[in-house]
Design a protein around this ligand. Structure first.
Ligand SMILES: Nc1c(NC[C@H](O)[C@H](O)[C@H](O)CO)[nH]c(=O)[nH]c1=O
Ligand SMILES: CC(=O)[C@@H](O)COP(=O)(O)O
Length: 163
């Protein structure tokens, strides 16, 4: 369903697992940090609202979205107490095909991490045509994709623990 037709960021926490003993890492790209900080804030707020302790939310920054792949891989390697990792980035189309390669590279890289990792890696990457689309999806009229990523993380942690 297209975001434009619905704000997908609303949730009913009574239908979600209690996160009091969950630990989540969030790797944040510094490119378009006005947007990525908004996405991070949405994710952090939802995780805290659903019971996580502040000390159980671990944030690492990386230069750009392409570095989210290595950052998430390294975070998983060095912190074996994590239950999930969320990667947060915002790629905005420029004049060249670089947008296409960054978006596809990060998508495949995060997909590959999910194939080899024992914990879920949640994909919170905006791939927008212009910044207005990014603003609308990082706490604007179309909600916050960071919130949605946090909800996905909670659900996947619960699934992983019950598997
Ligand atoms: N143009 C954007 C980038 N580009 C940088 C790459 O992500 C990467 O850091 C560089 O190629 C060095 O490896 N990154 C974003 O996150 N958003 C953009 O719009
Ligand atoms: C996604 C990018 O790296 C892009 O924003 C860079 O802009 P340009 O394609 O004009 O070099």
């Amino acid at each position: 369903m297209a975001t434009a037709n619905k704000n997908l960021s609303e949730y009913d926490k009574t239908t979600l697992p209690d996160g009091k003993d969950f630990r989540v890492g969030i790797v944040v790209s510094e490119w378009n940090d006005q947007i990525t900080n908004g996405l991070y804030s949405g994710a952090e707020a939802a995780l805290l609202d659903c019971g996580l302790l502040a000390e159980n939310i671990v944030r690492w920054n990386v230069p750009g979205s392409f570095e989210l792949i290595f950052g998430a891989k390294k975070m998983i390697e060095v912190d074996e107490t994590l239950d999930a990792v969320i990667v947060v980035g915002c790629v905005i189309k420029g004049e060249t095909m670089h947008f296409d390669f960054v978006c596809e590279g990060v998508t495949h890289g995060i997909k590959d991490l999910n194939l080899i990792s024992d914990i879920p890696v949640i994909f919170c990457l905006l791939t927008d045509n212009h910044i207005e689309q990014s603003i609308a999806r990082s706490g604007g009229e179309h909600g916050n994709k960071g919130t949605e990523a946090a909800i996905a993380a909670l659900k996947m942690i619960d699934l992983n623990r019950k598997a």
